[in-house]
Ligand binder design. Structure first.
Ligand code: AMP
Ligand code: MG
Length: 520
């Protein structure tokens, strides 16, 4: 197995001089060296072929003993020094101080075909940042992270990736519902892959500690390695750096809104500096379209990270990042100007995205109202987001009265649709039909284009639970079936139609399906 190792992070940035694996506050450093825990009985469950090839590895490599050992933490790649990153963050709106990679261990950086990747094991044991926890991950959360990150990639949503999913053979104690009922679960480890795992929190922690020297070193490093186009670091470059992060963060969130993804824990330590979806914890997918929905039971009271708030939270988080970068810039005006541009951009890009979902390609002043009305009607009665938008592409402007028929499969309780709701739908479809008249793209072409942005298959919450239940019993077939399904989420895949269905009733309130805690 040959990987082209190129460790830029550890080579350039200051390391924690302490080598003991003990919990501590790590100052004036960006990371600590730490070795993964040896698994008791490692077993590879799944490998992503796309990621394998992106790293320059072959299918044959993936079946080797060396591959199993490296991606479960059993052995270490030659000439590498694994490490955990030091970062802080705002959790649910409150500054939490130092957090860091508590159970993620970066193995190495790899360069292949001019792309740079960091390999990281999640669930590979304790680090100096593990605080009160064990550094491990259980099978259920690892299956969720593995399948979702690759599904997001195929959906065209910026995301960290996953190379492998493996069992460690260790038992891990968890209190899944935080109700005092602890139980042993199967331990697992996912090898995550991304150009960088830097988060807003890496910069925030250095700024909070007034360590401007390390902050500058880290920002300059980030620009040089990941924002090369910006050129030599200067005050001007720092502002452009911030603007680029603002743009990519917003773009990522708009993709989330497009596919109905709810991250669940948009803390600043869970926001990637590259605008990639990171840290798949108690995330979920909208089934009934509902701006108030969040899957995270830890957030039920205030629903801070609900679907309809994600764009606004993006701004809140960027505000915190701006504060962290401020010491390098020394004046607030330009940072504020960039921050202020967020809302205008958000409105504009959201509109463009929603136009795409509706198959509208020319701009029309009435679109904001048409879309706003649709969002309201969708929430009057439980309506499946994925099925609604997918089926909408069958609507032809010549048949406005057919609208309800076309989308009927999206209603969870069809008998509940009152005549007043039906009237609202008919009226909306009438306006939609009128609006479509202004388009030049013929029906067939529109349908094709709509189907490229409205996925047929998303990783519904209950699907994850089915795969997890089987996996816990030692049956891993469904993991592969879903993995294959999500490789082509926009294609019809007629033989896989059974996954194009509403959430089954049994899953409505089932733990793991629509309700998830942070326990993982
Ligand atoms: P999260 O909310 O999952 O992003 O985690 C917040 C912080 O807790 C991060 O610093 C994680 O590394 C850490 N953390 C979460 N779970 C564990 C665990 N089982 N062991 C050690 N640290 C953890
Ligand atoms: Mg996290």
């Amino acid at each position: 197995m040959q990987l082209n190792i190129d460790n830029r992070f550890t080579k350039t940035l200051p390391a924690d001089p302490v080598l003991d694996n003990t919990r501590r506050q790590v100052k004036n450093a960006c990371f600590s060296y730490v070795t993964p825990k040896k698994p008791r009985k490692p077993e590879m469950l799944h490998v992503s072929p796309e990621m394998l090839f992106a790293l320059g590895l072959s299918e044959e490599d993936a079946t080797s003993e060396a591959f199993l050992n490296i991606f479960t933490g059993n052995s270490i790649l030659p000439n590498t020094t694994p490490y955990a990153m030091c970062y802080g963050g705002h959790q649910f709106g409150h500054w939490a101080g130092q957090l860091g990679d508590g159970r993620a261990i970066n193995l190495a950086e790899v360069e292949h075909q001019h792309k740079h990747w960091t390999l990281q094991l999640k669930g590979a044991g304790e680090t100096p940042y593990s605080r009160t926890a064990d550094g491990l991950a259980v099978l259920r959360s690892s299956v969720r992270e593995y399948l979702c990150s690759e599904a997001m990639y195929h959906l065209g949503v910026p995301t960290t990736r996953a190379l492998t999913l493996a069992l460690t053979g260790d038992e891990v104690m968890r209190d899944m519902l935080y109700d005092g009922n602890t139980a042993y679960e199967k331990g697992a480890v996912v090898c995550r892959v991304a150009p960088s795992f830097l988060r807003f929190g890496n910069y925030q922690l250095l700024a909070a500690r007034h360590d401007e020297e390390t902050l500058k070193t880290l920002v300059d490093y980030t620009i040089k390695c990941h924002f090369l186009k910006l050129g030599t670091p200067s005050k001007e470059t720092y502002l452009q750096f911030f603007e680029a992060i603002l743009n990519s963060t917003l773009e990522m969130i708009i993709h989330w809104q497009r596919v109905g993804f709810v991250h669940g824990v948009m803390n600043t330590d869970n926001l990637s500096i590259l605008g990639q979806t990171i840290d798949y914890g108690p995330y979920g997918w909208l089934e009934g379209y509902d701006h108030h929905w969040t899957p995270n039971t830890t957030d039920t009271q205030f629903k801070r990270y609900r679907y309809g708030a994600q764009m606004e939270i993006g701004h809140w988080n960027l505000y915190q990042l701006a504060n962290a970068l401020y010491p390098l810039i020394g004046e607030a005006d330009d940072l504020e100007r960039i921050l202020h541009s967020y809302h205008e951009k958000a409105k504009k890009h959201y509109l463009v995205m929603m136009r795409g979902k509706l198959g509208l390609f020319v701009e029309d002043k009435s679109d904001t109202e048409l879309i706003g009305n649709l969002e309201s009607i969708l929430q009057l009665t439980e309506t499946d987001m994925t099925i609604f938008f997918r089926n909408l592409s069958n609507f032809s402007s010549e048949a406005s009265l057919e609208g309800l028929k076309i989308i009927k499969d999206a209603f969870y309780i069809p008998n509940e649709i009152s005549s007043s709701i039906k009237q609202k739908w008919n009226s909306w479809f009438m306006h939609y039909a009128e609006r479509l008249q202004k388009e030049e793209v013929p029906f067939k072409e529109r349908k094709k284009k709509m189907n490229q942005v409205n996925p047929k298959y998303v990783f519904r919450n209950y699907m994850a639970q089915l795969a997890i239940d089987d996996a816990n019993k030692g049956d891993f077939k469904l993991i592969d079936e879903l993995f294959q399904l999500f490789r082509k989420p926009y294609e019809e895949q007629a033989e896989k139609e059974k996954w194009f269905v509403k959430r089954p009733e049994w899953a409505r309130y089932k733990v793991g399906c629509s309700m998830l805690s942070c326990s993982s």
